[in-house]
Design a protein around this ligand. Sequence first.
Ligand code: NAD
Length: 342
Amino acid sequence: MEKQGKALVTGAGGFIGHHLVTYLKKQGYWVRGVDLKLPEYGQSDADDFLVLDLRRWESCLQATEGVNDVYALAADMGGMGFISSHHAQILHNNALINIHTLDAARENGVRRYFYTSSACVYPEYRQTEANVIPLKEEDAYPAAPQDAYGWEKLIVERLCHHYHEDYGLATRIVRFHNIFGPLGTWEGGREKAPAAICRKVAFAKLTGDPEIEIWGDGEQTRSFCYVDDCVTGIYKLMCSDYTEPLNLGQDRLVTINELADIVANIAGVKIVKKHVPGPQGVRGRNSDNTRLRQVLGWEPEISLEEGLARTYAWIERQVAAKIQHTERELTLARMGETVALS
Ligand code: NAD
């Protein structure tokens, strides 16, 4: 199959989309990025970057015009705190984005369409134990996804399946399991667990206050996949001819407490965990990578420790800059008060 050509990455202003644009450029593609916003933490490598609202059909037609391949990553999303408290917004916005992007791709004669689904499609009833049985792709049914976010992902998986069957569009569907890395959201409420833990540990280190908050008892489990492995997997799946949903993640299960210990170890700081009430999602979740290995002859290779070391280094720099900025503002405010008083 022809490998180069013109590719569209939606959500190119976001975490994975930004990395994917860079990866596709290295593969020799001409790349168009589309998002509501430009990337926050560095310039996009895209040849063309359009700021568009993909909930609108006309925007989707403009975005997909003249490209061979579409990587559909745009979504209104965030970590557990956001996903568990914005159901109507998430289902409404993401359904519009995906229905319109997929149909515009068909209308414009796109060659291949890549849809980014999530481990959140798996039924809650299979994820009640911390020591969970890893999830196989067929475990998604009978359906009972987690939250509106998971329901929307499952519906669009089916939509892709039917566009393939009924219209011959070559669709690919991936189910990500907790992707992390540098250049992702690390504060503000939409950040995911690895970024939040790195931020809290960096604050502990740089301020000398060892206490970090963990939502729940911290014994909930997940697997975490570094973003470089994620974009490699995306591309391998796009180049395959596999049209069914496929897990993409690591299959090493860790508790959130263990995740915090690994990050503290990387930072070289002693932390005190304070367990506070907060959304935790399912009790345990892990990826069964049997099919991933069969289909791609590959699976993620970067260890959790290595990925976290790279991520922590980046987040510590962001936190240090933030602390410096806040101290400068405080000094200026104090100087202003002194001048006003004198
Ligand atoms: P992200 O939030 O960093 O990126 C998503 C981007 O979509 C954002 O930049 C956002 O501005 C953009 N967007 C939102 N609404 C839009 C609209 N109306 N029009 C145009 N752009 C819009 O998220 P991410 O972590 O890079 O995730 C990328 C994809 O992978 C998403 O579909 C997400 O659901 C899926 N996914 C991610 C993970 C993960 O662990 N990061 C796990 C499972 C699935």
